[in-house]
Unconditional design. Sequence first.
Length: 274
Amino acid sequence: MTGYKGSAGGVNKRYTWKGLLYAAAPALLYTALSNAVYSLCAWSGLFASKSASRLWMQAVSVLVCLLVFGWYAYRAGIRLKSRKKGIYRYPASFCYVMAVVMCGIVNNYLFSMILSFVRNRSSGYWEVVQVFYNHDLGLEILTLCVVGPLAEELVYRGFVYQRLRAQYREAVAAALSALLFGILHLNLVQCVYAFVLGILLAHIVYQTGSLLAAAAAHMAANLVSVLWTETDWLEVLNQSGSRLYAATALCLVLMGIFLSYGNRMMLRERQERK
């Protein structure tokens, strides 16, 4: 999938600061660069006259990062999808996308159950909500559901996860990359959500060899969140009381079913290729 040697899974079980820093460097650079571009936009006053100026600045900063890391990925030989083809790859990818969407819905339900706790201990999350939501729907979709997921998948699954896979076992690489993905969201709610999401997205890349499949899943999960928050198109998802617990359980079951079917199809593809 990538230009990294040993990307099929490393055997090194020793954790060194040098190796971990090497793997984390792209994510740290992404965070620093996006913040620098955002600050430059704020300092310049370029978007001072626009409504939702902070979301515009976020869109520009992420787009710059996407271009920079896209160029870097090209130079490093990172491919967006596997060269191997099979009839099960696309239906498996669809199942993985649906599993990630169900995971996102479950996380939203769980957070609503502990809303009072979150409000008291994660003020950073509510600041993020104010920046990203209650603005132009088209701009939110462009920023949160297209540019953002593409940039994050390129950085976290394309660089960080692959570098970790070259050094450590698959499960370790997935967990560490997801943990970094969560921590760098810089607030409790998004940290938990991004960690769980990161595990699933790393699993998608491992199974399909495709960053595009992971990006599609990430986009779909974010799109559901935006439409759920900003429109009444997904009103059916709004539940309370005992129905909330039932809906959470149902989505968990559906997530498991989609994930299982995706894994089975990819296993069948590998068996038929032998």
